[in-house]
Design a protein around this ligand. Structure first.
Ligand code: FAD
Length: 516
């Protein structure tokens, strides 16, 4: 069978010419080689898909017009919002369609939709609540700086801040703050969204709630987030940051679970941040994720790793300001009392709040300078139910990863509480009250990523074979059956929302959920 005529590419070209003529879209739709090249790859550097054109919108109307035009024609072309392009498997690509570069809205008009506006409102008489209205194409680092000018900061974070608000809200946005404050998607009050039919809709848990919950963790399937109202709190000044090492996995897991059990939002005796990672045979103990082991301890740590194969590093933080400066050490001491880390392997640092939040950036700069940033990234991120985390340690970490001995990248492993996630959202997590996130953040040479991808496949196969019901974070499946299994009981709602908000299946084709 020949291709349908007119082809999607031709239609986009027609739209392009028309838009220039009537100048609603001006010159913001481009198909020059550089624009196409930039939109056809991502942080993963594994897949490449050329769009027919890239929209650099000057306004939200332009996004809406583009989507409406695609809806009007008999063979709609696909459209993908692209935040900072930090996906790893083409999720923000649109083969033969149009990529919408959301970051180009960042510097336009200081309106609610594109800029950052910090504000406060009262939910109840005694309860001050703070929020910022931020454009979907804003980077979290810019949100941080803008909110700090008002002495405030977002409540929920990712480890790395050079990601867009729309990009992380389409997944979840997790880090060591998630056990206590939830993922970023649990800290949104309201959003403006351009749906897959081109309609501009303001949504919240009270209004247009189906769209609101659908979009959060919705992998870009239902609409393009142009504004999010995110929760803020008074910003602390400084952070006590502690790392402890373990050789015994069960002690490590037990301590992590104990620490996250104190998680009330206003509880002063709770930690503000908890993460964990592995030290495997990877040369220097200080990898790019900002470890801070003193150089004088390297040889001791390396011998530990050599002796045990894997050493588990527990990382916690407690924020403080001028009011809590005198009590923070005592509180931290109480929290860490009775933990079973290896004596002599506890390291502490006192840093400014911004330095702590932006801790991954220096690692990026180092890798950039060594030409090791724009390389393939065959990542695998999983949520593992607490009841099977020991089996995961034995079967995957010790069974597969240690044996294959090709993992030199950071591997994260830390728990979070399911109660901090709202089940109405599209994001998928395991059923149990506590689950772990495990992130294999691999990078490799251009000819070596397949071996790591093979390892990823072996891990997934192993988990399936022994009944460890993992859920992928930043998921990637090649078949619709894979997606159905992933969403499980949420699949029907996900499908229904797609039919409601993007019936022609135009948006975010790079996720490969409703298209091949
Ligand atoms: C170095 C690095 C560190 C990371 N650290 C963390 C971390 O600590 N925690 C964490 O949770 N994640 C982390 N991630 C993963 C990251 O959150 C996701 O890959 C996220 O999607 C990237 O944001 P982005 O702006 O680059 O989105 P993109 O890759 O550009 O887009 C991702 C998806 O969202 C859709 N999308 C983008 N913008 C919008 C919008 N405005 N409205 C609707 N849909 C949209 C796209 O179509 C695509 O499907 C990290 C990634 C990297 C590369």
């Amino acid at each position: 069978m020949g291709e349908k005529f007119p082809t999607p590419t031709l239609l986009i070209v027609i739209f392009f010419i028309l838009s220039r003529l009537i100048s609603t879209i001006g010159y913001s739709l481009r198909d020059d080689p550089e624009s196409i090249r930039l939109a056809s790859s991502d942080y993963g550097h594994i897949l490449r898909e050329n769009p027919a054109a890239v929209l650099y919108p000057n306004s939200i109307d332009e996004i809406s017009s583009l989507i409406k035009f695609s809806n009007l024609i008999s063979t709609p072309f696909s459209i993908a919002a692209r935040g900072h392009g930090h996906s790893t498997m083409g999720q923000a690509m649109a083969p033969d369609g149009v990529v919408v570069d959301m970051m180009s809205l960042k510097n336009h008009h200081p309106s609610h939709a594109s800029g950052i506006i910090v504000n406060t409102f009262n939910l109840s008489v005694n309860n001050n609540n703070y929020y910022a209205d931020v454009g979907g194409g804003q980077l979290w680092i810019d949100v941080l700086h803008a909110t700090l000018e008002h002495g405030l900061a977002p409540v929920a974070w990712t480890d790395y801040l050079y990601l867009t608000v729309g990009g992380t809200l389409s997944n979840a946005g997790i880090s060591g703050s998630a056990f206590r404050f939830g993922p970023q998607i649990s800290n949104v009050y309201e959003m403006d969204v351009v749906t897959g039919q081109g309609d501009f809709v303001t949504c919240s848990p009270q209004n247009n709630s189906d769209l609101f919950f659908g979009v959060l963790g919705g992998l870009g399937q239902f609409g393009i987030i142009t504004r999010a109202r995110i929760a803020l709190e008074p910003a602390p000044k400084r952070v006590k940051w502690v790392r402890m090492l373990y050789n015994d996995f069960s002690a490590y897991a037990r301590d992590q679970e104990r620490l996250i059990s104190v998680n009330g939002r206003k509880q002063s005796n709770a930690l503000d941040y908890l993460e964990g990672s592995l030290l495997i045979n990877q040369g220097s103990p200080n990898n790019w994720r900002s470890s801070f082991f003193p150089q004088s301890t390297y040889s001791r740590i390396i011998s530990l790793v050599t002796k045990h194969g894997i050493i588990y590093s527990l990382e916690v933080a407690k924020y403080y300001d001028q009011h809590t400066e005198t009590t923070v050490d005592k509180e931290l001491e109480l929290l860490l009392k009775g933990l079973s880390f290896l004596p002599g392997f506890v390291f502490e640092k006192d840093v400014a709040f911004v330095e702590f939040l932006n801790r991954v950036k220096s690692g990026e700069e180092k890798l950039q300078s060594q030409g090791q940033w724009d390389v393939p990234h065959p990542w695998l991120n999983l949520f593992v139910p607490k009841s099977r985390i020991s089996d995961f340690d034995a079967g995957v970490l010790k069974g597969i990863v240690l044996k294959r001995n090709i993992t030199t990248a950071p591997v994260l492993l830390y728990p979070m509480n399911r109660t901090k996630w709202d089940d109405r959202m599209s994001a998928v997590v395991p059923e149990e009250e506590v689950f772990y996130t495990v992130g294999f953040l691999h990078s490799s040479g251009f000819n070596e990523w397949e071996a790591l991808e093979e390892q990823n496949k072996e891990i997934l196969k192993f988990c399936a074979s022994v009944g460890i019901e993992v859920k992928q974070y930043l998921p990637y499946y090649k078949t619709q059956q894979g997606w159905m299994n992933h969403f499980g009981s949420k699949w029907k709602t996900f499908q229904k929302r797609k039919a409601l908000f993007d019936p022609k299946k135009i948006l975010s084709p790079g996720q490969r959920i409703f298209n091949k």
